[in-house]
Design a protein around this ligand. Structure first.
Ligand SMILES: [Fe+2]
Length: 374
């Protein structure tokens, strides 16, 4: 008897529902894809009926469907529409000055002012409205949200935008100084706060675990499950290579340099950055950040996984992202990295007119060799 011919499995033939994608396309604003954005301050934006401003989505390859971003511009003297949604949102002000009002259903209104570099989160499902404080200059912000995750999880937009549950555990309107910027520090650099006035100048603490004189501060904003941190590294240095899960939007706050990114065992890719650039390392790709410029480099990472409400593993292994990969973590120590990494860095700093300062940290630094020989 002849065997029955079995049809080949093809998931693409099945009717798939992607609620987020459908919603996103209906917004009729530009959608930027790829690996890297050179400058969020100059990304082209178009009128966006939902917000009453101008916007563009930024959906980079490395987000893995856990979060993504958009830029929104408020015209001079303008304001956006009041909004409310059942997804988390972190806001970084890329340019301009303004104010935001946040309130719970029937609750007291809280207003706070922001300027270039400010960082805050919209409390989940709270009402809010943004205002441009300047009559002559546009204001523009970059936001990372988990709307893709939440919209596809519930796949019901009415629930996402119209449900009126009040999360008073995340934002209690009777707390007068909620957006004052005060915070509580836990451990060395874990901070609970709801507003950072200027990420470009915020005080950071030692983070030598990631190498070469680096400093850091990790924020827990508005009780979110998404997390963020600011990281800085001195002139002539670079961080250790490491890998973790998807969705870390790295926004360059200052300085000049580059990042290399590579999936294990494959070719490295390089992106050159400056203030306003954004790169998202794809899921479990190794990546490494280099300061090749003449001043300190600082970035802000808006990502999945707050330190306070963590519940998903960020590495494939048992250790953390700053534990040696040989001990089950996600980090490559300087002595174990590909020799090309340090060679290319020395060439890059020389080209920028700076000097490699990796001598005391790196076993293959030529400065170190010179010191020893001397
Ligand atoms: Fe990273």
């Amino acid at each position: 008897m002849a065997a029955e011919k079995v049809e080949k499995l093809d998931l693409n033939q099945l009717p798939r529902v992607d609620t987020y994608r459908t919603w996103q396309e209906a917004q009729k604003i530009p959608i930027i894809n790829g690996f890297f954005v050179e400058d969020i301050k100059t990304v082209e934006v178009a009128p966006w009926a939902l917000t009453g401003g101008l916007g563009a989505f930024i959906v980079l390859d490395g987000t893995g469907g856990v979060n993504d971003a958009y830029v929104c511009e408020i015209p001079p003297g303008g304001k956006l529409k009041p909004q409310k949604h059942l997804y988390e949102e972190m806001v970084y002000v890329a340019k301009g000055h303004g104010a935001t009002t946040v309130w719970q259903r029937d609750g007291k209104k809280h207003s706070f002012e922001w300027g270039p570099g400010s960082l805050f989160a919209i409390p989940l499902n709270a009402h809010y409205q943004h205002f441009n404080g300047s009559g002559s200059e546009p204001a523009r912000y970059f936001a990372v949200t988990n709307s893709c995750f939440m919209m596809n999880l519930f796949h019901n937009l009415d629930f996402i935008f119209s449900d009126d549950f009040t999360f008073s555990d995340r934002f209690d309107p009777s707390v007068d100084d909620y957006f004052s910027g005060k915070g509580t520090i836990h451990g060395r650099f874990f901070m609970s706060t709801n507003f950072v006035a200027d990420t470009h100048t915020a005080a950071l603490k030692d983070y030598s675990e990631r190498g070469a004189g680096g400093t850091n501060m990790k924020f827990d904003l508005a009780g979110q499950t998404m997390g963020c941190h600011i990281s800085e590294f001195p002139v002539g240095t670079y961080k250790k290579g490491h890998r973790h899960g998807p969705g870390a939007h790295v926004i360059i706050l200052g300085g000049q340099g580059y990042s290399v990114l590579w999936p294990e065992g494959q070719e490295m890719q390089r992106v050159d950055w400056r203030q306003g650039s954004v790169v998202v390392p794809p899921n479990q790709w190794f990546h490494q950040h280099f300061n090749s410029g003449a001043r300190r480099a600082r970035y802000l990472a808006l990502r999945w996984g707050s330190w306070r409400f963590r519940f998903m593993k960020l590495t494939d292994s048992e250790g953390s992202t700053y534990t040696n990969i040989k001990q089950g973590g996600g980090q490559i120590e300087y002595e174990d990295e590909d020799p090309r990494i340090h060679r290319d860095f020395e060439a890059a700093v020389r080209k920028a007119g700076a000097v490699c300062q990796m001598g005391e940290h790196h076993p293959r630094c030529s400065e170190r060799a010179a010191v020893k020989a001397g």
